[in-house]
Design a protein. Sequence first.
Length: 518
Amino acid sequence: MSYERELKLELQPASAATLARIPRVLGGDLAGPRRTERIESLYFDTPGRTLREHGISLRIRRNGKRRLQTIKWLENSALFDRGESETEISGKEPDWKAARRTAIAPLLSKKLRRSAKPLFRTNVRRTIYPIATETAEIELAVDSGSIDANGRSERIRELELELKAGQSTELFRIARELSKAIPARLRLRSKAERGYELLNGAAPAIVKAAEIPLPAGTSSADAFRIIARSCLAQIIGNEAGVVDGNPEALHQIRIGLRRLRAAASMFSEIVAGPETDSVKSELKWITRELSPARDLDVYLSQVLGRFRERYKHSGEFRILCRIFERRRADAFARAADAIRSDRYRRLLIELAAWIEAGEWSRAQDEAARANQERPIEQHAAEQLARRRKKIVKKAKVFDRLDDAQRHKLRIGIKKFRYSAEFVGTVFATKRAKNRRAASLDAVKRIQDSLGALNDIAVHEKISREVLDEQNAAVAKLLRDRAFVAGLVAGQQEAQSAELIAGAATALDDFRAVKPFWK
């Protein structure tokens, strides 16, 4: 058994001609002539997808006359590391004896051995470039071919960079250099994962935040990586849905971005530096690009949606709705363009490099290294206590806060919530779990109330823009005082006081809950 560290870059449709640039990009790092192989792989599993359920893939690869059985499995929270076992075999069926020494071993029942069948296949033309730098040996594979499953087919066009020996920083350096010359995009899905998705024929999945497996005693530096990987997986996992115009995918990718920014804030003393500042700036940029689509989607449902029944026979109202539907479509197109952009493509590689091998991880200062090595429970306790103290301070004068101060409180609540969610498995006693659940219940209610207040402010702004434009097609509707009053002020008058009261109650509940990290 061994472990592989690999980066996968998906080639864009227009990138075929640019592949000729590879030798020039690699320059002196190219360690020998390229070679080309034809590879066919069959992927095995049970009809119930037993192996996939356990994060395991089993394939038999034919390369010329050789057959190689490869078993891979996920390594806990890792995005770019997988466990791997390879065995040369003589037959076309899995060698279950060889599999006994792998991650499949606990699953090797008679039922599994009898029911495992080939579910899909890949056919690939692979061109391999050996790379040797001063500190690493890397293999670059350029794959072109297809995945075929259940009568469906999907094109394979990707680069794979595998670290054979040496420092991970070189893997990301080479990826950066290649991405500058070749329009390739970081991807987390393996060929096996793509095959299963093709087999199911489903639309792009919505990826939500999952519980983070973070054991007590983990160093703070490793804890940051584990948390940040979870955020990055949520971001990348929802890209396809955003490009398809799925509102829920848009919502979830924005959550992933906020979580990653919250992680950078929680570990600011550990990851501080110019590289982190640059990453944070780019995260703010992509968040701004995605926000208008979300705002307009919510506006259509929550603001104009309240009038649909009353004005269902109004042609002017239908025109107004179409105006906003076009605005929403334009905003979703803007979001999709941002996700497809070279700037975002480069950001993904920078994020991966920053998380796995950033400058912060090579700190020479003794105090900085000590911070990185501290157990996560100590670091988390300090951060949570500091954030809680700020919230409690504002809660005591909540009735005197203005809109800007309530907005800052909402941001502080979000950071506390995400921080508490990140470390859920660190504080695992029954008492800690109960206190954490109570704290999270309270902060979610605070966040809901303050978030709704913020939505009102956003919707007010959007409504004012409509009124200011004086669109001739809806002039008659806008002269309807009842409609305009409801459009502009209805929510604020009807809901603001109730939301503020709800936030105040939830803040009192939050203050009453004892810290779960003590």
